[in-house]
Design a binder for this molecule. Structure first.
Ligand code: SF4
Ligand code: SF4
Length: 208
């Protein structure tokens, strides 16, 4: 879920040097838009591969501040964790989501996977490149994807993801790189990330 956090500095983040200390990225979707939307943090399938992935460090922080370690399962990459979804009415929700307030209860410590949404890191259709996509299921993204401000935001996220510290972090937590999704609009190639992980993104047991 994406709520307002307009305090982050574009300059700081785009250098990629403050990821450890200031992991909160600038958001493009206004908070009031998210609060009246019912898409994020809810899933149709309890085993959804789209359930958020936490890096080892994000997992440690989430457990330290609020969540039980038992709410997570190990990911395939051996480092990251994927949160287990829980039933709620006729859907499944992230256990960090409070459906009464529509808020993420670990908002300040939510993982990068959630922070960048409605953008997403995924493989291209051949599975050989890492790309940045925009998910048009987000109504705000669908309406604004062609605007200059959204394209600038894609540049901002792309440069953050291509910074050395983030490339290395994602390379250690490869499940952050999702499978190709047909409905997601590819907007940027993530060249450095591809170079770092290309030999590893399509092993024989790869489920993508
Ligand atoms: S789908 Fe888009 S508008 Fe809706 S909660 Fe998520 S980020 Fe906000
Ligand atoms: S961690 Fe927070 S933002 Fe991410 S899916 Fe769960 S409730 Fe939503």
């Amino acid at each position: 879920m994406t709520l307002l956090n307009e305090q982050s500095s574009l300059t700081k983040i785009s250098r990629g040097t403050d990821y450890e200390q200031h992991p909160t990225l600038k958001q493009i979707v206004p908070g009031h838009t998210c609060l009246s939307c019912d898409v994020c943090c809810r899933f149709l399938d309890q085993q959804s591969h789209l359930a958020p992935i936490f890096t080892k460090e994000e997992f440690d922080k989430a457990v330290q501040v609020r969540l039980s370690a038992g709410l997570f399962q190990n990911s395939r990459d051996g480092s990251s964790r994927q949160i287990r979804l829980k039933p709620y009415r006729d859907l499944f929700i992230c256990p960090a989501f409070d459906p009464n307030t529509q808020q993420c209860t670990i908002y300040e410590h939510r993982p990068l996977d959630c922070q960048i949404y409605p953008l997403a890191i995924m493989r291209d259709i051949d599975g050989q490149k890492v790309v940045l996509g925009i998910d048009p299921i987000c109504p705000f993204a669908e309406a604004k994807i062609q605007t200059q401000s959204f394209q600038h935001y894609a540049d901002y996220i792309s440069s953050f993801l291509e910074s050395e510290i983030v490339v290395n972090r994602i390379a250690q937590n490869r499940d952050l790189i999702g499978c190709f999704q047909e409905n997601v609009v590819v907007v940027r190639q993530l060249t450095k990330l591809t170079e770092k992980v290309v030999a590893k993104i399509a092993p024989p047991t790869d489920p993508c």
